[in-house]
Write a protein that binds this ligand. Structure first.
Ligand code: HEC
Length: 107
């Protein structure tokens, strides 16, 4: 019986450790501190929108509408189209930060 108890304890410890690993992984991906809107903009958006968000970006639109376009994409009259970044792992908070960044760099 002692062997069975040790086995149960070992299994419980394994489950607890796995749960901690999952929780910390989730905390990492959801951590806004790890997300830098300026860096992401330079890496993913600058090619189409320009260094000062001067292309294909109308800063007079409401933030909520712009955020939805970042998340869901938008068909332009002709390609290239605006990709849907929700599919690429951009969260709503990150999209908000990107839109705020674009407004801040637009002259
Ligand atoms: C392949 C080119 C391309 C890339 C890359 C791209 N966009 Fe776009 N984006 C577009 C096009 C095209 C439109 C639609 C313009 C239109 O309405 O004609 C658009 C529209 C937008 C709009 C709405 C602007 C408006 O005035 O309606 C926002 C906000 C936006 N993009 C943000 C981003 C962000 C943030 C990124 C990077 C994460 C990004 N885009 C990457 C091409 C791109």
């Amino acid at each position: 019986m002692k062997g069975l108890k040790t086995l149960t304890l070992a299994a419980a410890i394994t489950i607890i450790l796995a749960a901690f690993a999952l929780i910390s992984a989730a905390a990492r991906t959801g951590n806004a501190d790890d997300f830098n809107a300026a860096d992401t903009y330079k890496a993913k958006c600058v090619a189409c929108h320009g260094a000062a968000a001067e292309k294909k970006f109308d800063a007079t639109q409401a933030d909520a509408d712009l955020v939805q376009i970042v998340l869901k994409g938008e068909k332009a009259e002709k390609p290239p189209h605006m990709p849907a970044y929700a599919e690429k792992g951009i969260t709503e908070d990150q999209a908000k930060a990107l839109v705020a960044h674009m407004k801040s760099i637009k002259k």
